[in-house]
Design a protein around this ligand. Sequence first.
Ligand SMILES: N[C@@H](CCC(=O)N[C@@H](CS)C(=O)NCC(=O)O)C(=O)O
Length: 205
Amino acid sequence: MLRLFRAPFSTNVERVALALAHKGLEVESVVISYDDRSPVVEVSGQGLVPVLVDGDTVVPDSIAILRYLEEKWPDPPLFPGDPARRAELDVFLDWFNRVWKVAPNAIEEELEGDRQDRELVKELAARMHDSLDVFERLLDGRDHLLGDDLSVADCAAFPFLKYAKVRDPDDDELFHRILDDNLQLGGDYPRLSAWIDRVNERPRA
Ligand SMILES: N[C@@H](CCC(=O)N[C@@H](CS)C(=O)NCC(=O)O)C(=O)O
């Protein structure tokens, strides 16, 4: 049985939970609290979730886990078989993780600091809101971010973009409030709005 180390409301865990359910895989969950990461440190040598344990194999990092799942359980697929489409997916994942996420992470850092640079926060917030156009255009004429079918792009982006529409009332994490505050759809972005509903209906492991 696969074991998944997870924490409540974790965006990066939800990426994996969507992928596991899509592939019909079940996991035994080990739910940790951020106040005590010792179980996850013990198994993986670092304190972040998700971590997947498959027998003797320990895989930290959500995207590495998604790649591992695809390698071992390729059907139903979450990565395209065609090399060019696959390269496009790699570019999207890299952009999302290393470019798109910069603004909300930087706002969080500012808000947690002693003195806030209000102008910088405003600029970063505008950058976040402007990015909604990119997703709206990616969904032009198709149901998912990189094609008609669900892919790893949807699993990776949905747990962050969903805050444009949905937030559990018990979820009060600062990072998630930043997403909620700065991704409001305001009645626009019909394709993005429908995509959030579509992916949100999917099961999670
Ligand atoms: N690059 C890692 C990031 C993992 C990560 O930041 N996980 C968050 C939960 S979404 C975490 O464990 N946070 C604990 C903390 O920072 O205190 C991944 O994609 O899995």
